[in-house]
Every structure is written in C-alpha cells, then in structure tokens.
Design a protein around this ligand. Sequence first.
Ligand code: ZN
Ligand code: ZN
Length: 415
Amino acid sequence: MKMPSHHMLEKYAELALKTGVNLQKDQYLMINSTIEGAEFTRVIVQKAFEMGAKDVHINWGDDAITRMKYEYADQETLSDVPQWQKDQYTYFAENGAAILSVRSTDPDLLKGIDAGKIAAANKARAEAMSEFRKYTMNDRIQWSIVSIPIPAWSQKIFPGEDEDTAVEKLWEQIFSIVRVDKEDPVAAWEEHNQTLVTAREYLNKKQYKQLSYTAPGTNLTVDLPKGHIWKGGPAKTEGQGVQFNPNMPTEEVFTAPHKYGVNGTVSSTKPLNYGGNVIDDFSLTFKDGKVVDFTAKEGEETLKHLLETDEGSRRLGELALVPHESPISQSGLIFYNTLYDENASCHLALGKAYPNNMTGGSDMNEEELDQAGVNDSLSHVDFMMGSGELDIDGVLEDGTTEPVMRKGSWAISFE
Ligand code: ZN
Ligand code: ZN
C-alpha cells in the first residue's frame, strides 16, 4: 500500500495526539488500530513517547480475520466477550489513559454474513462495553477517533481506480478535510474549534423547544428537552478539564432530542455503513419518539436488526447540525464511513444519548434521564438526513418560529 511522506504522517500523528486526545505527560495511551495502519500507528507511538507518554498499549484489529470469525464461528461464540477483554478497557480507563482509535474498515466487510449473527455479536459487544462506554460518553477520559485509508475502503469511495491511486486520493482527501495539509494544523484546529463553540453557545442561549425539518421525503418535528445542552468541537474531561476533540474531522454541533417527542418521517440522504453492511435509501416514521414504520431500498434486514437491538434503539439519541458547505460535503464524495459522512451532513442518531447533552445529565440515574427525555440504549448509530434541500425551523419557548437552516446552510448569523 502506497504511503504518504513520513513528514505528513508525523504531522497527522502530532495532530491526533495534541488536538485529538491531548495526551499529557506520564499518561497511558491506548490505541485501537487496524494492522493495515501499522506504519502510521508506529509514528503515533514514537510521537507519544516523545511527548512523555507513560506507556502505549495497542489493540490490533484485522478485517480479514474478523470476516473469517463471522464465517466460521457460531453465534454463541461470537456473542461471548471474555471478562479479560472488558477488564482491559476498564483498566486503562480507570488509570486515566487517553484512548485513540485509528479506525478504518471495508464498508462491505461482512456482506453476505447472516444479519442476525452480526446483530447478536454487536449487541453482546455493546453490552460488554457498557461499563467502559460510561467513560467515553460522559467525557471522563480523553478519547478521539481518526481514520486512515485502506485499499478496500478507498476503492469503495473511488470505484474504478486501481488500489494505489484510490489510496493516494483518499490520503489527499483526509489530509485536506482534517487540515493536516495546513502549515500549522494544531493552530488551524483552534480556529475551527472556536467557530463550533460560537455556534453551540448561540444555540444554548436560544433553548429552542422544538426543531422542525422539511426536505424531500422528510417532514419531522423533534422536541428538545428542557435544559438540553448543545455540544460540538472541543470537549473537556469531567474531572481535570483537559480539552480534547473526540472526532477528527468534526463539523457538527449536537444535542439530545426528547426521546418521547419525535413525530413524522425522515429520509436518509447518504448510505449508512453499519456493522460491515450498507443500509441505503431508507426512511423512518416516528410517533411520540418511537420508530413505528421503516423502509430501506438496501440493507432493510440490517436496519430491522438495528431497530430491534433494544427498547431505546427505536428512539433518537442525537440531533446534529452540520452546514452543507462543510469541507466534507464540498468534496462531493460519499465516504461509507460515519466519522466522515456524519460531518458532511445534518444527522440524527438512533439509540443512546450523551448524558452530558442535558444539564446535570452525567449525575442522573437511568430513571431521571428517562424523565428528562434523554434516551438510553446499547446502540448509538448516526444516520445522515441533511442536504442542500433541507430547511430547519426553531420553535422558541413562547411559540415563535424562526429559521435555523435554509437549503442546508445556517440561516442565523452568530455575531
Ligand atoms: Zn454526530
Ligand atoms: Zn453520534
């Protein structure tokens, strides 16, 4: 696989460590990486030690072996997550590690594998990780996700290109979208973060009680719970207030929808890569927050299993606004990768809400979160429904309506 220059890899690694997880001196770093990213991951490890990391632990993943397991192992085996694996994650979380994922996967990795088998394994894994997920979803630790090209993914985005060309083109896109090609990427991110902070502060002041979406195939109202908090850009750890960026790239501001206050129909605008399968051209109809009907031209079985994960997987846990002129959207590409596609487009997520999207949410128990309208589930899956044809109106507490987005762009100026 053709790789970019060592200099560019170093810039990317440094950005992931400084702006992404914001690694501190004497801190543990845990990296989840694909073996195809070994060269880049070694650069990260080198940089991490130079920055004073206490130690770096890597969990290697391999698409080819993952596929073999799904082909040969039975459902029961696939659904059995050993205690030591859970312990490994909680060990690093409890010891204040920063967690960095170098995530890249073939969008069609599990094509043809029984959707029920995949759903059962995903659910078991989500259950096993529920303790650890409290650390990430409540920002108790610094965590971040970055992506690198692998051949299968690159060729899905650039069909018809040979492997080397597709990979090279994707590196170019990633470097541009994540601002690695800027002279000082860390400074470029500071400026970008400020834009997102301004937008979220504006929305936090407004406290809209409802957002209403209109686009071809979409006619949806989403209530926002009282006390909801818009987040976006940099996050801060709960205890020590260390700033980090959970997603690179990120272009979204997001909050928690009211789990019982979603009504109408929403249509997807981009394919969704879920658990090694693609769901495309789908629509969901909600009544009082719950999906009561759905269709999909591709991957309907996968969508059905996703919705059936548990009670909360039929309700919304995130509502995110992304202007249509975002760099990812401007690339005109479909990435078949949620980290990228969600940052090209307004989106919603089925499943668990981030408790800290609600005032006092991280201190609420399950019952209190439910009463506040904050959804809970084993799943959290973003899907894209934004486009250049999307209009969003905000309804204020006194019932006044004002435009929030027109044709996919902000209709408000943040000054
Ligand atoms: Zn999102
Ligand atoms: Zn999300």
